[in-house]
Write a protein that binds this ligand. Structure first.
Ligand SMILES: Cc1cc2nc3c(=O)[nH]c(=O)nc-3n(C[C@H](O)[C@H](O)[C@H](O)COP(=O)(O)OP(=O)(O)OC[C@H]3O[C@@H](n4cnc5c(N)ncnc54)[C@H](O)[C@@H]3O)c2cc1C
Length: 292
């Protein structure tokens, strides 16, 4: 006879980390958990940028969460977490619903904030149109990553695509990348081979009046500058204040510091571990405590 699910797990957040947590829990203790995913959006989408002239293709793979829930055997509620009461093991949603849990997994991602004053923000596909529109009338532009603690591949990808776009149109456009991190040799070679100027291990403080102002002093001219956002965590009402920049403080298994049976995974923890790895560690810890 099939085992009845005996432990109620709420997962708040339907991005990579939330879905990875659902899968990891199901793998760690098949049939043991009654899982409900609460997230405001209908779809899960990939964030990868597909290269292709004349510019990045604005296509994303989208999967209906309701469909996925049916296939994988979890419940899906389209709503958002409003607050948590850890003492009562209760979650309140923005839609006014109450849910009780044995274990709560938070996977709420981050919020983008302006990283470099005066720049055009680039968070991914959603900002591509604005970036292309800003490029049209200029002869020089810079792409900026202010901190080494950012997801930088999209910045290099969009810089390479900008150079390809200019070449394709026969437009004279000087493209420069200024990044706080140290770039690898293959990446540097690829950028330089595409005619892109590169300044790595360089921090930009702000962009003002056609000039990038550098942390170490000095300026670089560019007609426009596009920067990756600074990501900040999402504070959760009812939980103790977390680490710097609103990130949630967790131990090595993802358990939220100072409360019982609440875990956090993915970008909201500020960890550099991949979301799927964090979700796996949390699922193993939850299964070890729940299945005796
Ligand atoms: C352009 C781009 C490309 C990237 N490419 C890659 C890549 O190739 N490989 C890689 O490893 N990483 C990549 N990343 C980074 C990767 O996207 C993140 O590390 C990953 O998405 C983090 O997943 P997450 O689930 O923590 O957060 P998110 O994916 O941001 O998901 C957060 C979820 O929480 C939901 N949510 C928010 N508030 C609430 C609330 N109050 N209640 C309930 N739900 C809520 C949101 O709707 C969302 O579903 C890329 C990032 C960008 C910007």
């Amino acid at each position: 006879m099939a085992e009845e699910p005996s432990s109620k797990v709420l997962v708040a957040g339907g991005g990579v980390a939330g879905l990875a947590a659902v899968r990891a829990l199901q793998a760690a203790a098949p049939g043991h958990f009654d899982v409900e995913l609460i997230t405001p959006q209908r779809h899960v989408t990939t964030r990868s940028l597909d290269a292709g002239p004349p510019f990045l293709r604005a296509t994303t793979a989208r999967v209906e969460l309701a469909e996925l829930a049916g296939e994988l055997g979890f419940r899906f509620t389209r709503d958002a977490l409003e607050a948590v009461d850890p003492g009562a093991r209760e979650l309140l949603t923005q839609g006014g619903a109450q849910r009780f849990y044995d274990t709560l997994i938070l996977a709420l991602g981050t919020r983008p904030a302006v990283a470099v004053e005066g720049t055009v923000p680039f968070r991914g596909l959603e900002d591509l149109g604005a970036v292309v529109a800003a490029l049209e009338p200029v002869a020089s532009m810079a792409y900026v990553a202010r901190s080494a603690n950012m997801w930088t591949p999209p910045l290099y990808e969009v810089a390479l695509q900008t150079a390809a776009w200019a070449a394709h149109r026969g437009v004279a456009l000087r493209v420069l990348v200024v990044t706080a991190e140290r770039t690898t040799d293959p990446l540097s070679a690829r950028l330089l081979a595409s005619g892109i100027g590169l300044m790595d291990e360089t921090v930009v403080e702000r962009f003002h009046d056609g000039r990038l102002e550098l942390a170490g002093g000095g300026t670089i001219s560019a007609e426009i500058a596009v920067a990756l956002p600074h990501l900040v965590g999402r504070a959760v009402s009812g939980l103790p204040p977390g680490a710097a920049n609103g990130f949630t403080d967790v131990d090595e298994t993802g358990r939220v510091t100072g409360v019982e049976d609440i875990y956090a995974v993915g970008d909201m923890t500020g960890s550099r571990l991949l979301a799927a790895r964090q979700a796996g560690l949390a699922a193993d810890a939850i299964a070890a405590r729940a299945v005796v």
